[in-house]
Design a protein around this ligand. Structure first.
Ligand SMILES: NC(=O)c1ccc[n+]([C@@H]2O[C@H](COP(=O)([O-])OP(=O)(O)OC[C@H]3O[C@@H](n4cnc5c(N)ncnc54)[C@H](OP(=O)(O)O)[C@@H]3O)[C@@H](O)[C@H]2O)c1
Length: 267
């Protein structure tokens, strides 16, 4: 397993991002934790410093805001205390019938799930390449492969993340830098209820800790795309042999059967 010196984790104040931060600190990596909620980040930082003796920098930033994103880009590219692992985890979803979604929230969703996910590796990669050492984990989703109607903009943004990761991984192949897209299925976190997944049950659920663990192991093995959880992995493999039109219809039917009427939300 690769040992990382210093990781920058976006969306570290809860859920999967926090699981990445905890796991990396346990492995001895110093951290830069990024999100909007400073108090949450400070609490996490204090706990990880005390428990694991690692250095933790807290960066409060709304990554949909250009100037805040520029501050995080500057940290990702800094030569002093360089970042050797970037975990592009922060993400948001609008949920509900597309025609009822708030255009401003959709714009923020794309800014966070797409623009920030592209800008941060663009800032961090030149240093990683010159040091011939580095990693980028982009948190995508099963929905990048299996279209989810009523999470349509979200699915499309995550398709971007998976394809972007694959292209980037190939570009840096053999340079000492690895790129991975991790594609979780339903993972109970704060965002679940906002994505219409509040009551999700079943064998396809994965924990945030499991997602972080699978991703870091896969990155160390040089994998480019990984789907945590055997049931989700099987679902994705199965979806490749089903005609796309049938898959679309099936997912559309599932969305209609499970959606609360007229609901549109974001988070
Ligand atoms: N949970 C699932 O079922 C699931 C499945 C597949 C993929 N994913 C992906 O996993 C990633 C993490 O989601 P999660 O489930 O762990 O959700 P979560 O618990 O709601 O965490 C989202 C994180 O992103 C941060 N964030 C949100 N908007 C931000 C912004 N504008 N600027 C900076 N940080 C922001 C939040 O922190 P603040 O609020 O403090 O800013 C929080 O730390 C996302 O990319 C999501 O799409 C989740």
């Amino acid at each position: 397993m690769t040992t990382w010196c210093r990781a920058l984790v976006t969306g570290a104040s809860s859920g999967i991002g926090q699981a990445f931060a905890r796991r990396l600190a346990r492995d001895g990596a110093d951290l830069v934790v990024v999100a909007r909620r400073t108090e949450r980040l400070e609490r996490l930082a204090g706990e990880l410093r005390e428990r694991h003796g690692v250095a933790v920098e807290v960066v409060t930033a709304d990554l949909t805001d250009r100037s805040a994103l520029a501050r995080v880009e500057a940290r990702a590219s800094a030569r002093a205390d360089p970042i050797d692992l970037l975990v592009n985890n922060a993400g948001a979803a609008t949920y509900g019938p597309f025609a009822a979604l708030d255009p401003a929230q959709m714009t923020d969703e794309i800014a966070l799930n797409v623009i920030a996910v592209v800008r941060l590796p663009r800032a961090g990669l030149p240093g990683m390449l010159s040091r011939r050492r580095g990693g980028v984990v982009n948190v995508s989703s099963v929905s990048s492969m299996v279209v989810l109607p009523t999470l349509t903009v979200y699915s499309a943004s995550k398709s971007f993340v998976t394809v972007f990761s694959e292209g980037l991984a190939e570009e840096v192949h053999g340079t000492g830098v690895s790129v991975l897209a991790v594609c979780p299925g339903t993972t109970p976190t704060e965002s679940g209820p906002r994505m219409g997944l509040g009551n999700a049950r079943g064998p396809f659920l994965t924990s945030p800790d499991h997602v972080a663990d699978v991703a870091l192991r896969a990155l160390g093995r040089g994998k480019v795309v990984v789907v945590p959880g055997p049931v989700n992995d099987l679902l994705v493999r199965g979806s490749r042999v089903v005609p796309r039109s049938l898959l679309r219809r099936g997912m559309g039917l599932a969305a209609r059967l499970t959606a609360p009427r007229g609901d549109a939300s974001s988070g």
